[in-house]
Design a protein around this ligand. Structure first.
Ligand code: G3I
Length: 344
């Protein structure tokens, strides 16, 4: 059973790969990826801090490997991401003396970065998450150095530069919690704003970091419809479903490996997933996949944020050292039985 073939008529099926996976340090993963998926995203290695860590240095070696693997297997490659408030080195915003740049100099730097990265992957990467996570939960623009130095038009500038650098690629806005009405509204407004100015935007990426009871899928559906109504395509770009309890603020960021009490409370399935929870996960995934299928005309791609439960950011967030089960393949790289049931 191959996911990419099963969903061939509906949408592309993608996965994000970590550096270790790209470098084939986890035996079996790349073979599995080639069989099962037809789209790939870099989980980290194309982010600014990784691909362009200092002014004169571009690290293309690992992303190049990802891209040539994808090309070899005829996959739809998605770059992630050109502009983000996280994982961007401080030097980007400063001159040699450590003073914050002026608007024009930062725009120049942004354009140079975009030109260089898109130039490297011209004809090889078909789409980019141009801007990632620009909004707060209430729909206002997130406070960041991009906003502080450039002003709110930094988003349109990034899309313009990307289009100028490569007119053949699809350009996306990508964010989480887009089921929230205020955030949904802000993104709809952004898309319309870009469109009214004649700036290219092809799609909205709904990340999809979900849990058993979160979020309300009716609100997710409202967002699919709202984005599609603007005329852009919709993607689910980072899907995973955590089964673990979400810690209160005091415990967020804790490394639980040395703390028995925390382990009992927050890492209940270290020795395996009990069948009732597996059932809940199965049901949740069925509802999510049914929603995707219902809106297949609007959804171009569904990408999972990882391949198997052994390598997922969920094991290390919002606490480190946990054992989560958020993906479609288990730690032995086997497709979970419930997935077979869902798609049969
Ligand atoms: O590579 C270094 C390693 O050398 C070092 O020893 C180690 C110690 O902390 O850190 C390693 O880097 C980590 C990197 O992942 C690679 O594993 C970073 O600390 C860690 O912060 C980073 O986390 C990534 C996170 O983005 C960064 O904010 C996650 O893997 C990645 O899954 C996550 O992905 C984001 C999307 O880009 C945007 N949407 C949300 C999603 C989940 O947060």
């Amino acid at each position: 059973l191959q996911l990419k073939d099963h969903f061939a008529e509906q949408f592309k099926i993608g996965a994000a790969l970590s550096e270790a996976q790209i470098l084939d340090k986890k035996p079996g993963v790349l073979d599995l990826v080639a069989q099962q998926f037809n789209s790939l995203t870099a989980e980290n290695v194309m982010k600014w801090e990784e691909i362009h860590p200092s002014p004169q240095q571009y690290n293309f070696s690992t992303p190049d490997k990802l891209v040539s693997f994808g090309q070899k297997h005829d996959m739809y490659m998605v770059g992630h991401t050109l502009l983000w408030h996280q994982q961007t080195p401080d030097w980007v915003f400063e001159d040699e003396k450590g003073n914050l740049l002026e608007r024009d100099s930062l725009l120049e730097r942004l354009q140079l970065h975009i030109n260089t990265v898109l130039g490297q992957y011209k004809g090889k990467v078909q789409a980019w998450d141009v801007v990632n996570e620009a909004f707060n939960e209430d729909g206002t623009l997130r406070d960041s150095k991009w906003l502080a130095i450039i002003g709110p038009d930094y988003i349109e500038k990034a899309f313009e530069y990307a289009h100028q650098a490569d007119a053949d690629i699809a350009l996306y806005y990508n964010d989480y919690n887009l089921f929230k009405p205020a955030k949904r509204k802000a993104v709809v407004k952004l898309v319309k704003q870009l469109q009214s100015k004649g700036i290219r935007i092809d799609g909205v990426g709904i990340q999809g970091h979900y849990a058993l009871d979160y979020p309300d899928l009716n609100e997710v559906e409202n967002s699919i419809n709202a984005f599609a109504d603007t005329g852009v395509t919709v993607m689910f770009t980072e899907v995973d479903v955590s089964v673990l309890p979400f810690p209160d603020e005091d415990n967020q960021g804790a490394d639980i490996s040395l703390d028995m009490a925390l382990q009992q409370q927050f890492n209940p399935y270290a020795d395996g997933l009990p069948s009732d929870v597996e059932q809940q996960l199965a049901q949740r995934y069925k509802q999510i996949i049914d929603l995707f299928i219902k809106h297949q005309q609007k959804i171009d791609r569904v990408t999972f944020w990882g391949v198997d439960d052994g390598q997922t950011w969920r094991n290390d967030w919002p606490m480190t050292g946990r054992t989560d089960y958020p993906l479609l393949f288990d730690r032995e790289l086997q497709l979970k039985p419930f997935v077979k049931d869902i798609i049969n």
